[in-house]
Ligand binder design. Structure first.
Ligand code: IPD
Ligand code: CA
Ligand code: CA
Length: 265
C-alpha cells in the first residue's frame, strides 16, 4: 500500500473540496432536515461527499467508504482500507454562520487509524496526521500535549449536558464545569478535537457522536499523546455511535476519577 500517495491524494481532494465549499457561499443553499428539525443537511454536504467518493472510487476501487450522507458503502466491518468522511462537520454553523465547520477525512486499515485530516475551510487551516509521523497544522508541526490540572483547564461541552436531557444525569458535569477555568462550545466535533490537538482547549465531551465525527480527530489527538475514549474510558467503536471524551494526558485520568465515577453503564 502506497500510504504516501494516499495521504497526498487525501490532502489534495480535501483542499479542493474546501475550495468548492468556499465558492458555494455566493450560491443559494438547499436545506433539509433529516432525523429531527435540528439535524440539517444541505446540497453542499451531499455534493462534497459525492466529490470524495467519485475520486476514491476511481483511484482506489477496492477501498471501502463510510460517509455521513450515505453515498458510500454500508459497512459491517473495518476490514481492508476504509475512508471515513464527514463532508461538513458543523452543518448548523455552515448554514447560520458560514464558519466554525470543517471537512473531516480519515483513512483506516483493518480498524487502525492511518491518516486523519480536519480542514477548517474558512481559515484554510488543515490539521493533519499520519500515524507515527507526527501531527501538523498546515506546515507547522504540533508539539506533544502537556498535562494540565482540572482547575487550570478549558473544556468544551454543549450546555445540553448540564441541563435536563435524555443522555446523562446533569449533576455529573455540573461540578466539573464549576471547577474548570472555563467552558466553550464550538458546534463542530471535528474542530473541537483539532482544538484539543493544538492545546486551545484541554478536553472535549459529547454524549453521542458517529464515527465520521471523530475518526480523523482520534488519529490527530492520539498522535500527540492525548486520549480519546468513551465516557467510561473504553476505546471507541468505529461502526457505532459513542459517547466521546477527548483530553490531554493526565487530565483524562483526573476527570475520570474525580467526576465521571458516578456514571452508570
Ligand atoms: C455534528 C457536530 C456537532 C455535534 C453533533 C454532530 P454534523 O455534526 O459535530 O458539534 O454536537 O453531534 O452530529 O451533523 O454537523 O456533521
Ligand atoms: Ca458531523
Ligand atoms: Ca456532517
Amino acid at each position: 500500500m502506497n500510504w504516501r500517495e494516499i495521504d497526498e491524494n487525501a490532502k489534495k481532494w480535501t483542499r479542493e473540496a474546501g475550495e468548492r465549499i468556499r465558492e458555494s457561499f455566493s450560491t443559494e443553499l438547499m436545506i433539509h432536515s433529516k432525523t429531527s428539525p435540528d439535524d440539517l443537511v444541505t446540497n453542499i454536504d451531499k455534493e462534497t461527499e459525492k466529490f470524495f467518493i467519485e475520486r476514491i472510487r476511481e483511484i482506489y476501487p477496492d477501498h471501502q467508504i463510510l460517509g455521513e450522507e450515505g453515498f458510500g458503502d454500508e459497512l459491517d466491518n473495518l476490514d481492508g482500507t476504509v475512508w471515513i468522511i464527514d463532508p461538513i462537520d458543523g452543518t448548523m454553523n455552515f448554514i447560520h454562520q458560514q464558519r466554525n465547520f470543517a471537512i473531516s477525512v480519515a483513512v483506516y486499515e483493518d480498524g487502525v487509524g492511518k491518516i486523519g485530516l480536519i480542514y477548517d475551510v474558512v481559515h484554510d487551516e488543515l490539521y493533519h496526521a499520519a500515524a507515527g509521523e507526527g501531527a501538523y497544522l498546515n506546515d507547522t508541526k504540533l508539539p506533544a500535549l502537556e498535562e494540565v490540572s482540572v482547575d487550570q483547564s478549558i473544556i468544551a461541552l454543549n450546555a445540553t449536558w448540564i441541563t435536563e436531557n435524555k443522555r446523562i444525569d446533569p449533576t455529573i458535569f455540573a461540578p466539573l464545569v464549576k471547577k474548570v477555568r472555563g467552558t466553550r462550545s464550538y458546534g463542530s466535533a471535528a474542530l473541537e478535537m483539532a482544538y484539543v490537538a493544538t492545546g486551545r482547549i484541554d478536553a472535549y465531551f459529547s454524549m453521542r457522536l458517529s464515527p465520521w465525527d471523530f475518526a480523523a480527530g482520534l488519529i490527530l489527538v492520539n498522535e500527540l499523546g492525548g486520549k480519546v475514549t468513551n465516557l467510561h474510558g473504553e476505546s471507541l467503536n468505529m461502526l457505532e455511535q459513542n459517547s466521546v471524551f477527548v483530553s490531554k494526558p493526565g487530565l483524562h485520568e483526573e476527570i475520570s476519577k474525580d467526576f465521571l465515577y458516578k456514571l452508570k453503564k
